[in-house]
Write a protein that binds this ligand. Structure first.
Ligand SMILES: C[S@@+](CC[C@H](N)C(=O)[O-])C[C@H]1O[C@@H](n2cnc3c(N)ncnc32)[C@H](O)[C@@H]1O
Length: 270
C-alpha cells in the first residue's frame, strides 16, 4: 500500500471522515483528499502527527514492515495448543481487581493461540487480541467459537502497532522481550495514555540476570530481555498492585535451563 492508501485505510478503520482527520491536523479536507487519491503528499513534518492520530507508526505509514523474528508460526500449526488452554494466573488477578460488572475493554498483545483472550471474553470482557502469527490467530478464533464467545482477533506487530482508542485492561504475557530497547519508552507511554482511569496493565516480561545463562533456545535473535525492574520503572506514576520477580525452570529445545521474569499489575490513578 502507498502512503495515500494507508491514510485512507487507517482513517476509515477509525470511522473518521476526511474532515475529522483534517481538523485534527489543522489542514483542509481537500489536502487529506489529495493525499488519499495520490495527487499530493503530506509534508514530512506532518507524518508523526498523522501516524499518532491514525494509531500507527511512521514506518508503517510508509509501508515499512519490520521483519518479525518468531518461529511460533510453525509451532502453532499443530492441532494441539502449544501453550495449552489454561489461562495465565494474571487473568484471575485481573478479574479480582476489575470484575466485569460493566463492559470493560481488554487488549491482549501477542495473544498466541488466544487462551487468555478467550478466557477473559468468556467471562464477560470485551476482548481484542493481536499477534503476528496467522496460525495462532486462527486457533484463537476456533477456541473462541468452541467456547461460544467472541474475541476480535487481528494481526499486528507490536513494534509498529500503536493505540488510538482507549482500553480498560491491557494484558501481555511473554511478548515484551520482542520490543527493542529504543522504542520501549514511547510504546509504553502510548499504552498508558490509551488506558482509561482505574485501568489495569497486567504484563510479564523476561528479564536478564547475571547469574542466569542466556536461553539456549534456537530462537535467540530478535529477543531483547529487559533489565530487572525496568518494566516496573515505566509505571512509577501508576499504583503498583503487584511487582514480582520469579525464576522458573524451562525445558524448551530439550535443554534444561532457567528464565527470570518480572510480573507487573499496575493501576492508572488520575
Ligand atoms: C511466548 S509466546 C506467548 C503467547 C501468549 N501470550 C501466551 O502466553 O500464550 C510469544 C508470542 O508473541 C508473538 N510475537 C512475537 N513477536 C511479535 C511481534 N513483533 N508482535 C506481536 N506478537 C509477537 C509470537 O507470535 C507468540 O505468539
Amino acid at each position: 500500500m502507498n502512503l495515500g492508501s494507508m491514510i485512507l485505510h487507517k482513517r476509515k478503520a477509525l470511522g473518521y471522515t476526511q474532515q475529522t482527520l483534517a481538523d485534527k491536523l489543522h489542514v483542509s479536507f481537500q489536502a487529506v483528499s489529495k493525499w488519499e487519491n495520490g495527487t499530493a503528499c503530506p509534508e514530512i513534518e506532518l507524518l508523526p502527527a498523522i501516524a499518532a492520530i491514525l494509531g500507527t507508526s511512521v514506518d508503517a505509514l510508509l509501508g515499512y514492515r519490520s521483519a518479525v523474528v518468531t518461529d511460533y508460526e510453525k509451532r502453532y500449526q499443530s492441532e494441539e495448543y502449544y501453550w495449552g488452554i489454561v489461562p495465565n494466573s494474571l487473568c484471575y488477578e485481573i478479574m479480582k481487581l476489575r470484575p466485569p460488572v460493566k463492559p470493560l475493554k481488554v487488549l491482549d498483545m501477542g495473544c498466541g493461540e488466544g487462551k487468555d483472550a478467550v478466557f477473559l471474553a468468556k467471562n464477560g470482557y470485551l476482548v481484542s487480541a493481536f499477534d503476528v502469527s496467522d496460525s495462532g490467530l486462527e486457533k484463537g478464533k476456533r477456541l473462541a467459537e468452541k467456547c461460544g464467545t467472541y474475541v476480535d482477533f487481528f494481526r499486528a506487530n507490536i513494534l509498529d502497532y500503536r493505540l488510538s482508542e482507549k482500553f480498560d485492561i491491557i494484558f501481555s504475557s511473554g511478548v515484551f522481550h520482542y520490543i527493542t530497547p529504543d522504542i520501549r519508552a514511547e510504546l509504553t507511554e502510548n499504552l498508558k495514555t490509551h488506558t482509561n482511569e482505574r485501568g489495569i496493565h497486567a504484563i510479564n516480561v523476561f528479564v536478564e540476570k547475571p547469574f542466569i545463562a542466556q536461553s539456549p533456545d534456537e530462537e535467540v535473535t530478535g529477543r531483547y530481555p529487559w533489565k530487572s525492574g525496568e518494566l516496573f520503572m515505566c509505571y512509577h506514576d501508576w499504583l503498583l498492585r503487584k511487582t514480582e520477580e520469579v525464576i522458573f525452570d524451562c525445558n524448551s529445545g530439550n535443554i534444561p535451563h532457567q528464565h527470570c521474569m518480572d510480573i507487573l499489575l499496575a493501576e492508572k490513578i488520575k
